[in-house]
Design a protein around this ligand. Structure first.
Ligand code: SF4
Ligand code: SF4
Length: 211
């Protein structure tokens, strides 16, 4: 690994994913963060309209996402940000939340995904031009597919619990036969160095897609 973490070098280039993105907070995220910080969800998140309205129409391959995460008025629950755009949990040395408490979209980034699973191509927001020769982005971020798949299952289980979900509006066959996969098998993982948020390829440049 290079002497400096990729995310540190990324921050020198300009706003990072933790400084420029709206981060979706699902029902499970809200509970975990609330318990960790000792405050109600209203203290760190609120329902907001997307910075980039393309977010509302960028889910053709993921019909469950807009019907669970996004309310009918286009708002979804996202982390608060400071006036300069920084995530409310961004500290001087990175995220102040332990990995197992961070929003699932943060844990998953830069993996890209839909309900069917993790996509083969990563999201495009990380500065891959800064990678040391011979190192992959996932190696530099200390990420692996097994963790990503587990967090993906948690995410798609937990969005079904959104109080504003409109599941009766889903096309046939989209919901798993039992209504959800098994969230109980998704034990928290250990700490890792990556930070970020989820994106989808339809609007990766805006870096706000799953957030
Ligand atoms: S995860 Fe990617 S975009 Fe986010 S800070 Fe690290 S290198 Fe930058
Ligand atoms: S990784 Fe942490 S600091 Fe970065 S956007 Fe997610 S919660 Fe905020």
């Amino acid at each position: 690994m290079s002497e400096e973490h990729l995310c540190v070098r990324c921050a020198r280039l300009g706003p990072t994913c933790c400084q420029s993105c709206q981060i979706y907070v699902g029902p499970g995220d809200a509970e975990r963060i609330s318990q960790y910080v000792g405050e109600p969800v209203e203290a760190f998140a609120d329902f907001r309209y997307p910075d980039d309205p393309i977010y509302l129409t960028a889910h053709d391959d993921d019909p469950i996402w807009p019907r669970t995460v996004i309310r009918e008025d286009g708002h979804r629950r996202v982390l608060n940000r400071r006036e300069n755009g920084d995530c409310t949990f961004l500290g001087p040395t990175g995220c102040r939340l332990p990995l197992e408490v961070r929003p699932l979209v943060c844990r998953l980034y830069p993996y890209d995904y839909n309900q069917a699973g993790i996509k083969p191509r990563l999201a495009s927001g990380c500065p891959v031009q800064l990678l040391p020769p011979g190192r992959s982005l996932l190696q530099e971020l200390d990420m692996n597919l097994a963790d990503a798949e587990r967090w993906h299952r948690m995410l798609y289980d937990e969005i079904l619990r959104e109080p504003h979900a409109r599941l009766d509006d889903l096309p046939p066959g989209v919901l798993p036969a039992n209504g959800a996969t098994n969230a109980a098998t998704n034990a928290p993982a250990g700490e890792a160095s990556g930070a970020g948020n989820g994106t989808s390829d339809a609007a990766a440049a805006a870096a706000t897609e799953k957030g």
